[in-house]
Design a protein. Structure first.
Ligand code: AMP
Ligand code: MG
Length: 348
């Protein structure tokens, strides 16, 4: 089985815990980055821009020589996010993904090699996690409507549970086609596409020579270098307190993704219906409140944060410990924090 990471482990130390959050309350939601003291060198300066895309907030920051260069680069990054959304969104009818969902159970559908490669990576994570990560979750997941507080009923779950199985997705790399071997299959790349897009954006910045910067899309962030000689400080959101942080992490040149049950959800009759679905049941995974994964690239950390969320503390950490270069911080249902063995838990 292919290893999905290959970079040396990055040690992080936790600066704070859920028990002492007051001084951190003003830190922004999701994963956000606190600005460290800036020491200006030459004429270079920080540039940043945020916008809405892929159903979330996208943010780019970089240390650049000129405003013109920075603006051109951020324009390119913006274009890239738009391109990927147009290809991979299940909400855009003309996207390649929508076409696959319409036609692939009838006959193989020809798509871009980029989509094939991302689906291939998704299937690898499915194998690695024995199906906890499974893009066919959407065979039932598509019936959740979080805005209008609607969950699939039992008959919809029963009629489609069999369709949730990554083995139904058959890719032919040579012909660049995708085929579904079950008629009810529907796929969604929501657990991996944002991370992939962040990696593409980072590629653009690095190719242009940027040595300090970051790109984030919702819960997925990737850092280039450090912040003028000091680590970036990344905050992990407290899953149950708006605008509060659970922990601060000093990080450099890594990707970090958080999956939480507070992102898209509604509560009905005491049950929290949220957007991370257990492929075994077709229902929201209930073992933990949030999972943060640190690793070498955002495609990997995005997929693994969703995966470990489904697996829960024990099985999730077991998987993480098998993967070199990957670390995890899990907040369970009792708000207890669990760290993979390479991380140092904060003092109580
Ligand atoms: P994230 O915010 O990265 O944890 O991803 C959550 C998104 O992943 C959801 O909004 C769905 O689009 C997708 N998703 C939900 N459950 C699964 C699953 N079991 N396997 C793969 N993707 C999933
Ligand atoms: Mg994820």
């Amino acid at each position: 089985m292919e290893r999905i990471s290959g970079q040396p482990n990055v040690k992080v130390s936790c600066l704070n815990s859920l028990n002492s959050l007051n001084s951190l309350d003003r830190l922004c939601g999701f994963v956000c980055v606190a600005l460290l003291l800036l020491t200006s060198t030459a004429n270079a300066q920080w540039f940043e821009r945020s916008w809405n895309g892929m159903g979330t907030r996208i943010h780019v920051e970089l240390w650049g020589e000129t405003e013109l260069q920075a603006n051109e680069l951020i324009d390119q990054v913006h274009e890239e996010f738009l391109r990927l959304e147009a290809s991979m969104s299940p909400y855009i009818e003309s996207s390649e993904l929508s076409e696959v969902n319409r036609l692939a159970s009838k006959a193989p559908v020809k798509v871009s090699s980029e989509l094939i490669q991302l689906i291939k990576k998704s299937l690898q994570v499915s194998q690695l996690s024995h199906g906890a990560f499974d893009i066919t979750y959407a065979s039932i997941g598509r019936y959740y409507d979080y805005r209008n507080k609607r969950a699939p009923d039992q008959s919809q779950i029963e009629a489609n549970l069999e369709a949730i199985n990554y083995r139904h997705v058959v890719i032919d790399e040579q012909k660049s086609t995708i085929y579904f071997s079950h008629s009810h299959v529907y796929i969604d790349l929501g657990g991996i596409a944002k991370g992939y897009s962040v990696d593409r954006a980072i590629g653009i910045l690095k190719k242009a020579g940027i040595t300090s910067g970051l790109v984030s899309a919702g819960g997925d962030t990737r850092l280039i270098g450090n912040k003028l000689g000091k680590p970036w400080i990344v905050a992990i959101k407290d899953p149950r307190r708006e605008d509060a942080s659970a922990v601060l992490l000093p990080l450099e040149e890594v990707a970090i993704s958080t999956s939480g049950d507070y992102e898209r959800y509604f509560v009905q009759d005491g049950v929290r219906y949220h957007h991370i679905i257990s492929p075994k049941t077709g229902k929201s995974a209930g073992e933990v409140q949030s999972v943060t994964i640190i690793g070498p690239d955002s495609t990997t950390t995005d997929a693994l944060s969703t995966t470990v969320f489904v697996l829960g503390v024990e099985k999730g950490l077991e998987l993480v410990e098998r993967l070199p270069g990957i670390d995890a911080i899990i907040v369970d249902q009792q708000r207890k924090m669990h760290y993979s063995s390479e991380l140092t838990a904060p003092q109580k």
